[in-house]
Design a protein around this ligand. Structure first.
Ligand SMILES: NC(=O)C1=CN([C@@H]2O[C@H](COP(=O)(O)OP(=O)(O)OC[C@H]3O[C@@H](n4cnc5c(N)ncnc54)[C@H](O)[C@@H]3O)[C@@H](O)[C@H]2O)C=CC1
Ligand SMILES: O=C(CO)COP(=O)(O)O
Length: 338
């Protein structure tokens, strides 16, 4: 493993993959992106834009792109995985034999895998045959469009191996992007996955015409339920007070730029799951799948996550958002911290 990471490959040219490539490029790294569609790769390579995902954003000249994963991975010192959670296993399996052996693996995805109920670093560890503790997880309040516009933002780089996190911290820190390190991978990954589900709920509340008190209640009680799950899995409770918890909840639950919040808003306004999916234009709203995997994980551990449960019921059992809200309010009364 090299402490001075100069050549980075980003696998996935969606919103966050492209914005994170720009962060690395603006930090002076040589970046090669892999795009699923050659048309997107050509747009980045020839015109220094990704008009499909980040229209109007100029990309630095030290970013190139290809649709050939073998070419993209040649000589990479770090490999950033920037595809949606539920497709990571299939994509990574096809890339596994192309990964340079010493490259640091970096995960951008925020989700929990359906079926296995694994966090992304666990999926990566299993497929590549490495300790999940070697994977660097990027999380925090990082709405891609704002970062691509160069607006100041902080992030968390979580890795059990502090040296790897520091190597990526050095590689991506720039004048508008301030990454912190953290060794609590469990807490950081759960924060990033759970907040997408809570953002669905705040969007839904907004779609129903509800105001700021409801949003604050959902954010705060969402924080309580993600921290309960984290505690059961050995996370540091302080993590949820940081960028990966409160920070990302505030950003995602309140911003119209969030795909999860927007998706929830559409459901709250009475659209069907299919209509909301069509309106997302192929971009991922991770909470729609993660509400089911996180609910299953919580149930397997005996952890109560009522908002996540309600989102699963709305998204996958056809329950009306008003009915789900009424059920949340009708639960038995309890102490705030019980
Ligand atoms: N967009 C954002 O603001 C942020 C996103 N994230 C996370 O980063 C991950 C990637 O998100 P985005 O880049 O925003 O997603 P996106 O939907 O904008 O792009 C996904 C990319 O993955 C590729 N891909 C490869 N295989 C795929 C498959 N089977 N299904 C769908 N897409 C496939 C797509 O072609 C596309 O280039 C997600 O887990 C998301 O939660 C995290 C922080 C910020
Ligand atoms: O993770 C994000 C911000 O930190 C992006 O959220 P959305 O996927 O809801 O757009």
């Amino acid at each position: 493993m090299r402490a001075d990471v100069q050549r980075v490959t980003v696998l996935g040219a969606g919103s966050w993959g492209t914005a994170f490539a720009k962060v690395l490029g603006d930090a002076g790294r040589d970046v090669t992106m892999w795009a699923r569609r050659e048309q997107v790769a050509e747009d980045i390579r020839e015109r220094h834009v990704n008009s499909a995902y980040l229209p109007g954003v100029g990309l630095p000249e030290n970013i190139t792109a290809t649709s050939d994963p073998a070419k993209a991975l040649e000589g990479a010192q770090a490999v950033v995985l920037a595809v949606p959670s539920q497709s990571l296993r299939a994509n990574l399996t096809s890339w596994r034999d192309l990964l340079p052996p010493d490259a640091i693996l970096v995960s951008l995805a925020k989700g929990v895998e359906l079926g296995t109920l694994k966090r992304m670093s666990e999926v990566i560890g299993e497929i590549v045959g490495i300790d999940p503790g070697e994977v660097v997880v990027v999380t925090g309040p990082n709405l891609a469009k704002e970062i691509a516009a160069g607006q100041p933002s902080a992030s968390v780089l979580a890795c059990a191996d502090h040296e790897r996190a520091v190597a990526i911290q050095r590689a991506c820190a720039n004048s508008y992007f301030r990454p912190y390190t953290n060794t609590d991978v469990v807490g950081c990954e759960l924060g990033g996955a759970c907040k997408n589900v809570i953002a669905l709920s705040t969007g839904m509340a907004a779609g129903l015409g509800l105001g700021t008190n409801t949003m604050a209640t959902l954010i705060t009680r969402g924080l309580a339920e993600m921290a309960r799950l984290g505690a059961k899995l050995g996370a540091d409770p302080l993590t949820f007070a940081g960028l990966a918890g409160v920070g990302d909840l505030v950003a995602t639950c309140s911003s119209p730029l969030s795909r999860n919040r927007t998706f929830g808003e559409r459901l709250g306004r009475g659209e069907t799951l299919e209509q909301a999916q069509a309106a997302a234009g192929g971009q991922v709203a991770e909470g729609v799948m993660s509400c089911s995997s996180i609910r299953a994980l919580a149930r397997s551990l005996g952890v109560d996550m009522p908002i996540t449960d309600a989102m699963h019921r709305v998204c996958h059992e056809g329950v009306d958002p008003r009915q789900a809200g009424a059920e949340l309010l009708g639960r038995s009364q309890k102490h705030e911290w019980s």
